[in-house]
Design a binder for this molecule. Structure first.
Ligand code: KIV
Length: 292
């Protein structure tokens, strides 16, 4: 068996777990295809999340409930083919881990076979049996508590969670249960910063925040939101670093104009035959179009 060098450049789930308490926050960014995976990996992020947000930011659905395990595997495979240094985490979609532990493990395995090195699922204590079953199949699991978008209908919308004391307590207890079960990290979405701080201090695995303030062990954001590509008004917790949809539209407008005014393609953008062949082709064209 080949033994990986201790200085392996690839980020692993145990490596992420070991970063709890480190001074350097973890960074996770979503990606859904090869170009976005290359950009995320080049940025130096620690983890690439092939999130079920692809339903909304890539496939145009209104929520994340429409994607299947096959959809996720398709996108995970595209990301994994770029062989990133970052850890590839595959999101288990809605209904892929709700029916039985056997089905859950099969679906988690499908994401690993597609190229994920870990899977993520949403929910707290009630997911513990599923997390245990996946871990038993030797697949690292990332938890996800707070706002869990797959519960959008049960929650009554995409809303900040844990604003009341009782609700905050539930989130803390859920995170503790997931950490104790063996999740190597937990996403904490859309909670007040004081609650995020308590969750982060209450568990011994990294808490990766999104809309959870600065006291977490790391941060995750959606690629299309960061780059101004999502075509929607981004939530207040997003910092947008580019306006790529505007830039792309402007670039394509210039192409359309260049084609219409005849400036594209130029001679340098065109294949040319030798002068003799060009002349012979022109003569051939003239004789073929001459009246009989
Ligand atoms: O699916 C996703 O992109 C996510 C992040 C928002 C954390 O779960």
């Amino acid at each position: 068996m080949a033994v990986q060098a201790a200085s392996s450049p690839h980020v692993t789930a145990p490596g992420v777990r070991a970063r709890k308490g480190s001074d350097e926050p973890l960074v996770m960014i979503t990606a859904y295809d090869a170009p976005s995976a290359r950009v995320v990996d080049e940025s130096g992020a620690d983890m690439i999340l092939v999130g079920d947000t692809l339903a909304m930011v890539v496939l145009g659905y209104d929520d994340t409930l429409q994607v299947t395990t096959d959809d996720m595997a398709h996108h995970i495979a595209a990301v994994a083919r770029t062989k990133p240094r970052a850890l590839v985490v595959g999101d288990l979609p809605w209904m892929s881990y709700h029916v039985s532990t056997a089905e859950t493990v099969r679906n988690a395995a499908a994401l690993v076979r597609a190229g994920a090195s870990a899977v993520k699922l949403e929910g707290g204590r009630k997911r513990v049996p599923m997390v245990e079953a996946i871990l038993d199949a030797e697949i690292p699991v990332m938890g996800h508590v707070g706002l869990t978008p797959q519960s959008v209908h049960a929650l009554g919308g995409f809303r900040v969670q844990g604003k009341e004391l009782d609700a905050a307590r539930v989130i803390v207890d859920d995170a503790i249960a997931l950490a104790e079960t063996g999740c190597f990290a937990i996403v904490l979405e859309c909670v007040p910063d004081a609650v995020a701080r308590l969750v982060t201090e209450s568990v011994d695995v990294p808490i990766i925040g999104i809309g959870a303030g600065r006291h977490c062990d790391g941060q995750v954001l959606v690629y299309h939101d960061l780059l101004g590509l999502s075509g929607r008004r981004v939530p207040k917790f997003v910092r947008q670093y580019a306006a790529m949809e505007d830039d792309a539209t402007e670039a394509l407008r210039r192409f359309v104009a260049d084609v219409r005014d005849g400036s594209f393609p130029a001679a340098t953008e065109t294949y040319h035959a030798s002068d003799s062949v060009t002349d012979a082709v022109a003569v051939m064209g003239r004789s073929e179009s001459a009246p009989a």
